[in-house]
Design a protein around this ligand. Structure first.
Ligand code: HEC
Length: 112
């Protein structure tokens, strides 16, 4: 019982702050996100409207199609380790990341 309480408290302590910080496309400005993307992401990602699928790194058009807002937000904030995706959490503020999520949503393509 005591262990469960401690585990729960620990889980809340870890999940709480991140969950509270996640912002969605609705909080962002896609036009500002487009500027940020051109500046900081385009050297690696295809950030265009009709970006191709199955590229590495993935195009923004395909990320939009496959990921939810909170997944996109967290992957910009905390990228997969040991990949070329740089950590952006120290450099972009939460509003900037929300702007990028809004931009990625705006270039998303439909998968049929
Ligand atoms: C130095 C190259 C580089 C730059 C610059 C870069 N990325 Fe990435 N990004 C990558 C790579 C490589 C991956 C694939 C990581 C993996 O294997 O999961 C990735 C993955 C991602 C993912 C997760 C995709 C998925 O699997 O769902 C998102 C979201 C993302 N990048 C957004 C951005 C944004 C937004 C920027 C600009 C602020 C940016 N990236 C800048 C290289 C880069």
């Amino acid at each position: 019982m005591k262990t469960a309480v401690i585990a729960l408290a620990f889980g809340v302590a870890l999940a709480g702050p991140l969950a509270a910080q996640i912002m969605t496309a609705e909080d962002g400005d896609a036009e500002r996100g487009a500027d940020l993307a051109a500046e900081s992401c385009a050297q690696c990602h295809d950030i265009t409207q009709d970006g191709e699928f199955k590229t590495y790194p993935p195009s923004f058009a395909s990320i939009g199609a496959y990921r939810s807002d909170d997944q996109i937000f967290s992957r910009i904030y905390f990228p997969q380790m040991h990949t070329a995706m740089p950590e952006m959490g120290w450099y972009l503020d939460r509003q900037g990341i929300a702007d990028l999520v809004a931009y990625i949503r705006s270039v998303e393509i439909t998968v049929d």
